[in-house]
Write a protein that binds this ligand. Structure first.
Ligand code: FES
Length: 100
């Protein structure tokens, strides 16, 4: 995952935007990342990633390398939605489907 890749599909928020928010606002809790355009408040898929970026930021670490490709991330999120584990707000991001 590169900085321009989307982390929160529900609200179309990039990794760069998340990392910039962490750097500029230095939130005290991971849940405050919701103030970054609503990140994490939709289907919930991205929450573990948001928490990890938050923890790395708190520890003074730069964001670790994400081993997932953007395609794999999107595919896993689509599977998460299809499995009924989360519902995108108003269907936002529901168009993200896995490639066969
Ligand atoms: S992908 Fe972030 S809340 Fe759905």
């Amino acid at each position: 995952m590169e900085s321009e890749d989307t982390i929160c599909y529900c609200f179309h928020i990039s990794k760069r935007k998340i990392l910039n928010f962490l750097r500029l606002h230095q939130p005290r809790r991971a849940s405050q990342l919701s103030e970054c355009g609503g990140a994490g408040t939709g289907c919930g898929w991205c929450v573990p990633y948001l928490k990890r970026y938050f923890e790395e930021s708190r520890a003074g670490l730069s964001a670790s390398v994400d081993l997932l490709t953007p395609e794999a991330y999107a595919r896993q999120r689509a599977e998460y939605i299809r499995a009924g584990k989360g519902t995108p707000p108003g269907g936002a991001g529901a168009e993200v489907e896995a490639s066969p």
